[in-house]
Design a protein around this ligand. Structure first.
Ligand code: BJW
Length: 250
């Protein structure tokens, strides 16, 4: 049987779904991924030089400008069919009394713009800046920022509200992730290389309770061996087909 139909059959009766997403879900919206061939950010910029706490300490102006440009760029991108199908799935499941949570590593807010209501931002957001002195978060700073780096009212700087390597993920995001993973009936891993922890361990965590597990990615990843069905292909094509197969064309 075709893997989409098999996955749809396994997912049709579930009530609590968790979807773990990564940069591959936004790739078809034009947002660069991190680790891939020609399109990966890491091939065009030395991300290790820019996306670290040390880089911000040493070059706050350069790092702030790079994140502000990415903030501008993602606002010009639109949610793609994968984002929209996940929003449809959430609405269908919730109207039937179920739960649907997206645990995203993406910092672009495209899931929210597509209409998903329960999105946990594991690695923060490009649209948030945080005061280095008080920790206060601001979502209303002008675009572009008037200066790089941007001084804060408390005498510090506004840093990008994202999570860099070696930094803890936001505590509320971790708590929600563990709660939803502990209670879900199905987990999907979509468009993530599954190399960056703790998100890379989420499927295995849910799988310890033998829930339905599905992966969608262009290529095999470390979670491919753990899941019930690993589907190779573009998220923008496979996610809409999957949701349509679960609910029928209407
Ligand atoms: C498509 C597609 C299409 C393309 N359709 N698919 C346990 C073991 C070992 C190490 C650690 C550990 N716990 C913690 C660590 C350290 C570290 C870590 O994981 N290191 C690993 C590299 C080994 N983790 C951390 O430091 C985290 N903090 C933490 O755990 O704190 C406690 C702690 C600290 C230190 C030690 C121990 C504990 C923080 C991680 C923060 C990650 N930050 C970044 C940058 C965010 C800001 C920014 O945007 O600039 O987050 S790095 C980057 O990677 C970004 C992403 O969210 C993240 C994940 O990448 P993602 O989304 O998977 O993208 P890609 O590009 O890798 O993959 C794209 C995939 O899509 C590919 O598979 C394609 O095939 C696919 N694809 N197009 C379907 N159309």
């Amino acid at each position: 049987m075709d893997p989409i139909r098999r996955a749809a059959e396994m997912l049709r009766g579930v009530h609590r779904v968790v979807v773990v997403t990564g940069a591959g879900v936004s790739a078809e919206s034009g947002v660069p991924t991190f680790r891939e061939g020609q399109s990966g950010i890491w091939d065009r910029h030395d991300v290790r030089r820019l996306a670290t706490p040390e880089a911000f300490r040493r070059h706050p102006g350069l790092v702030s400008r790079w994140y502000d440009e990415r903030r501008r760029d993602v606002l010009l991108c639109q949610p793609n069919p994968a984002h929209r199908a996940l929003a449809t799935w959430e609405h269908r499941l919730r109207s039937a009394g179920g739960q649907f949570t997206v645990l995203t590593q993406n910092v672009d807010r495209l899931h929210q713009r597509a209409g998903n209501g329960d999105v946990v931002e594991l690695h923060g957001s490009l649209h948030t800046w945080r005061c280095t002195v008080t920790g206060r978060e601001r979502r209303d700073l002008p675009l572009p920022l008037p200066q790089y780096p941007m001084p804060s009212e408390a005498g510090g700087l506004y840093r990008p509200g994202v999570v860099w390597f070696g930094e803890d993920l936001p505590e509320p995001a971790m708590r929600r992730s563990f709660q939803t993973l502990a209670a879900c009936d199905a987990v999907l891993s979509i468009g993530t290389s599954a190399l960056v922890y703790p998100a890379a361990g989420f499927v295995e965590l849910a799988q310890s309770r033998s829930v339905v597990a599905i992966e969608i990615n262009l290529e095999p990843t470390p979670v491919s061996e753990l899941v019930d069905i690993s589907m190779l292909g573009r998220a923008g094509e496979l996610v809409p087909r999957l949701v349509e197969a679960i609910y029928g064309a209407g």
